[in-house]
Design a protein. Sequence first.
Length: 119
Amino acid sequence: MKTIKLEEYQEPYICAVGETIEYIPSDNLEYIKKYKEKGYTIYGVVSQEIFDETFIERDIQYTFERYADDNGYEDMSEYINFDSEAFIKIKEAVRNFIIRLGDNNLKFFLDKKTIVEVD
């Protein structure tokens, strides 16, 4: 288990664990202190992208294939060139959209291995 001071903590959220579990923006010192005073333990978080490169490479192609199959075109994927310039542009547009999501593309999980010290 590691301990880190809140001032040095880099993630955008912390996790306050007590009667409930609360994810709090790590820059909201006043709110974090209220939970600390209530006896909550302040933990770090681990972030994970919701839409990652796997989504772009696998799920977009699967969506096209499934949609064609669901609409009675089982062999449609034989006619779609997923390596074509046009499909590469679709993937690039999705990649740019995901980048613009910023922190909204992150999901946070409690990290019980990291305790955040609050002064």
